[in-house]
Design a protein around this ligand. Structure first.
Ligand SMILES: NC(=O)CC[C@H](N)C(=O)O
Length: 295
C-alpha cells in the first residue's frame, strides 16, 4: 500500500491553510501505511535564505545555528523539533552546505532549498504532523506520504519524501523491480544513494536527469523507460507539481482540480473535505501520462 497526497494551491488566499489541509489529507491515508510518514512543504523564499531540513539524534541545534551564523557572518534562524530541526541560513547554497558539512558531518540533510522544507519520521501521520507542527505551516504546495515498507527498513532515512536536489521532493506508492540495476548505473555517474530504498533510486534518477538538462516532464518520461515496477509518483520542484503512473496504473490515484487548487491522493476520501471540492473536476490520471502544473 502506502498513501500519497499532494496539494498545489493556485490561489494565495489558501496559502495560510496549506499545512492544515495537507495534514488532514495525509491523516485520511493513515490506514494505507502505518510505518512512517513525511511531508515536503513549499513557501515563498525569504531573503535568499537556504532552508536546511536536518536530523541528528540529541543534537544541540541552537549551538549549531550559532556556529553556522558565526561562520556565515549573519543570523541563522532555527526551528527545533528535538532530533530534527529546520535552519534558515543566508548565503550562497554551496557555501552554506560546505559550512554545515564541515561543522556537523554526522548530521543527515533530509532536504534543502530556498522554498522547501521536509519533515519525516517513524510513526503515523497524525503524530508526525503534530510533532512537526505541520498544521500551522503556510505555503503554496506540498506533498505527503504514509508508508508501508515494501523494499527496505522502517527508519526515518527510508521514509518519504526523498529530496534528491535543492527544492525537489518525491513520494511514491508502489515498488520498483530493478532499483539495483539503476543504482549501479547512477553510481557509475557519481550519484550515490544514502539508503537501500527503491524510491530513493527513482528520486536520484529524476534529479540526475534534471541536473543533466532535462525538464521535469522529460525526466519523468525517462523513469518510464528505465525503471520497472509499479508506481504512482508525485514530484515537486520550486515551481512545478507533477503526477505520473506506470503503464499498469494499479496503484490508485485521483486528482481534483478547481480554480483554486490541484489536489492528488491515493483515495478520494482524502480529498472529500477540501473547500469547494464538490465543484472540482475529478479524474483518475491515466497510465504513462505526465501531468504537470507550474506556478
Ligand atoms: N507501499 C509502498 O508504496 C512502498 C513504497 C516504497 N517501495 C518503499 O518501500 O518505501
Amino acid at each position: 500500500m502506502c498513501g500519497i497526497v499532494g496539494l498545489h494551491l493556485k490561489t494565495p488566499e489558501l496559502h495560510p491553510r496549506l499545512g492544515e489541509l495537507l495534514a488532514a489529507m495525509l491523516d485520511c491515508m493513515s490506514s494505507r501505511g502505518p510505518d512512517s510518514a513525511g511531508v515536503a512543504l513549499y513557501r515563498e523564499p525569504s531573503d535568499g535564505r537556504l532552508r536546511l531540513s536536518l536530523r541528528g539524534d540529541g543534537r544541540d541545534w541552537d549551538a549549531l545555528s550559532r556556529d553556522l551564523a558565526a561562520d556565515l557572518g549573519a543570523a541563522v534562524e532555527v526551528e527545533n523539533f528535538g532530533d530534527a530541526a529546520t535552519l534558515a541560513a543566508p548565503g550562497e547554497p554551496g557555501r552554506v552546505l560546505a559550512a554545515l558539512e564541515r561543522m556537523a558531518p554526522d548530521i543527515a540533510l533530509v532536504g534543502h532549498g530556498r522554498a522547501m522544507e521536509v519533515v519525516k519520521d517513524v510513526g503515523p501521520p497524525r503524530d508526525i504532523c503534530a510533532h512537526y507542527r505541520v498544521g500551522e505551516r503556510a505555503g503554496y504546495q506540498g506533498i505527503g506520504h504514509t508508508r508501508m515498507a515494501t523494499e527496505s527498513a522502517v527508519t526515518t532515512e527510508h521514509s518519504h519524501p526523498f529530496a534528491p536536489r535543492a527544492d525537489m521532493s518525491l513520494v511514491h506508492n508502489g515498488s520498483f523491480s530493478n532499483p539495483a540495476t539503476v543504482r549501479r548505473r547512477l553510481e557509475r555517474e557519481g550519484i550515490h544513494c544514502v539508503t537501500d530504498n527503491d524510491t530513493e533510486v527513482a528520486a536520484r534518477f529524476v534529479a540526475h536527469q534534471v541536473d543533466s538538462g532535462a525538464d521535469l516532464s522529460d525526466a519523468l518520461r525517462m523513469v518510464l523507460k528505465e525503471l520497472d515496477g509499479f508506481f504512482t509518483l508525485l514530484v515537486t520542484t520550486e515551481t512545478q507539481f507533477a503526477v505520473m503512473r506506470d503503464s499498469f496504473a494499479c496503484k490508485p490515484a485521483v486528482i481534483a482540480e478547481t480554480d483554486d487548487y490541484v489536489a492528488v491522493a491515493s483515495e478520494y476520501h482524502a480529498l472529500a473535505d477540501l473547500p469547494g471540492v464538490a465543484d472540482a473536476t475529478v479524474f483518475e490520471p491515466v497510465p504513462e501520462e505526465v501531468y504537470t502544473w507550474t506556478r
